[in-house]
Design a protein around this ligand. Structure first.
Ligand code: KIV
Ligand code: ZN
Length: 500
């Protein structure tokens, strides 16, 4: 059975989704979860793109062990050197460099000839190879590149030292049969001299289908993202490609190293961090993916699961919601549960999380794993607290004008403000805006309940925009107005970091 390498680019191409930017701590949290998931390669970012990207790649390279850490670099000297600087301390590292090859890109965007593009690609692969052992090259917009030229580039970069050639369908243009044939032609030409990777975008909804067609025809690596996030319509979805191979091993005769039981947790983490919700009918990780509504289906399932279930929910880590802890649980049980959930917090983080847990337990009888994960993710994705909520009281009702009285800590001062609004959230947001003097505009406001029941923890996600910068904020609380306040404050804290 062939093992297909999973190259996860959630932290690079995934982060290019509008509004999906993550801070460094969030990226580390994602990278650690990707290790638990068992990905082979983590593309941690594009170090030359910004100091923030450089820091994130460097910290992942320094702190996250267990997979090859890759950094993206254009076929330019400065980019490649910067990628090397960020990656150099990783035990397993890869420089992923790219240059466009389609005439459309060469003529209109880069204004270079095919010969120049080829020469630059070869030189930059050689430079990268002089710095690290493991070099990947991508001929960008490969699927709109003439095959003879594409083959020429592929052969030349392998000769120059690339051990992986990644064939990107940059604009999501190809079709499964066409792409399969392209990969077959490349495979026939290069044999086992390098691993063929594929990187498909989902503009026509074919990213997974195209990647599977490539695997059938000899690709040995797939580039993908959790929940399929990424530039425009996104990338090939990791959970779909992995479960496709696992479920139809008989057909593909291929599998991956992924621990599929970590899929749902990883998917939820990405949703929580990026604020990008998964559509309910999304394959594998959508809320309805394992929900059977029709009577005929339910009847069949009760008789024999195989009648309508091709995968078991447990295979992706879905379990019956498990009651975990309550008001009387002690610190030890709390710590133990966190460890079982895979969180390694230091003593100080456990202290703060435990206080939050006790506070939650006063408001909510049963605390489930999902509640705990929401609580902990606030703890792990720490950002400097320019603003923090001190107190909030609301009056609102059918005949009462919604009013918020807010106390907010701004650096070391506590400022109080009272505001009216069209509704309680509006009143709170006006009070926050007035104290922080923010010029940002609220673009999106979403509320969801973390688990079921009247006392469920409510989670609010907001997007705010200022000067072209969009950030998302999250807040969770059993009181949805408090959750809304926390989400807005969280977004403003992120904006403050980005401004600095
Ligand atoms: O879509 C694309 O072509 C890319 C490359 C940088 C691999 O993301
Ligand atoms: Zn891409």
């Amino acid at each position: 059975m062939r093992i297909i390498k999973i190259f996860d680019t959630t932290l690079r191409d995934g982060e290019q989704s509008p509004g999906a930017s993550m801070n460094v701590d969030e990226k580390i949290q994602v990278a650690r979860q990707l290790i638990k998931l068992g990905v082979d390669i983590i593309e941690a970012g594009f170090p030359f793109a910004s100091p923030g990207d450089f820091d994130a790649v460097k910290r992942i390279a320094d702190e996250v062990k267990g997979a090859v850490i890759a950094g993206l670099a254009r076929a330019k000297e400065d980019d490649i050197k910067s990628a090397y600087e960020a990656l150099k301390d990783a035990p397993m590292k890869r420089i992923h460099t790219f240059h466009s090859t389609s005439d459309i890109h060469l003529k209109y965007q880069f204004r270079v000839s095919r010969e120049e593009a080829l020469k630059r690609s070869v030189e930059m692969v050689k430079l990268a190879r002089s710095l690290v052992e493991d070099v990947e090259f991508s001929p960008m917009d490969a699927t709109r590149t003439e095959i003879p030229y594409l083959l020429e580039v592929v052969e030349a970069v392998i000769e120059a030292g690339a051990s992986t050639v990644n064939i990107p369908d940059t604009v999501g243009y190809t079709t499964p049969v066409e792409f399969g044939n392209m990969i077959k032609t490349i495979k026939e030409r290069i044999g086992d001299k390098a691993v063929i990777s594929v990187h498909c975008h989902n503009d026509l909804g074919l990213a997974v289908a195209n990647s599977l067609a490539a695997i059938i025809n000899g690709a040995g690596q797939v580039e993908c993202t959790i929940n399929g996030i990424g530039e425009r319509a996104g990338n090939c979805s990791m959970e779909e490609i992995v479960m496709g191979l696992k479920t139809r091993k008989d057909f593909y005769n291929a599998d991956t190293n992924i621990n599929t039981k970590e899929i749902i947790r990883t998917s939820r983490l990405i949703t929580r961090i990026t604020g990008m919700a998964v559509q309910p009918n999304k394959a594998i990780v959508g809320a309805n993916a394992f929900a059977h509504e029709s009577g005929i289906h339910q009847d069949g399932l009760l008789k024999e699961k195989m009648t309508y279930e091709i995968m078991r929910p447990e295979d992706i880590g879905l379990q019956k919601t498990e009651f975990v802890l309550g008001k009387h649980s002690g610190r030890h049980a709390f710590k133990d549960r966190l460890q079982k959930l895979g969180y390694e917090l230091n003593a100080e983080e456990i202290d703060t999380a435990f206080k939050k847990f006790k506070h939650l337990a006063d408001q909510k009888k049963d605390i489930f794993n999902e509640d705990l994960e929401t609580l902990i993710s606030e703890e792990v994705s720490k950002i400097p607290q320019t603003y923090s909520l001190v107190d909030l009281s609301i009056s609102s009702g059918v005949s009462v004008r919604p009013t918020a009285a807010l106390k907010l800590r701004v650096n070391d001062d506590v400022i109080e403000k009272m505001e009216h609004g069209d509704g309680p959230v509006d009143a709170v947001y006006k009070a926050i805006a007035s104290i922080t003097k923010t010029k940002s505009i609220l673009q999106k406001f979403e509320v969801k309940s973390v688990t079921g029941g009247m006392d469920a923890l409510g989670e609010v996600t907001v997007s705010i925009e200022e000067d072209g910068k969009t950030v998302r904020g999250h807040g969770a609380d059993t009181d949805i107005i408090v959750a809304a306040a926390k989400a807005y404050i969280n977004a403003l804290n992120k904006l403050a970091v980005r401004k600095k």
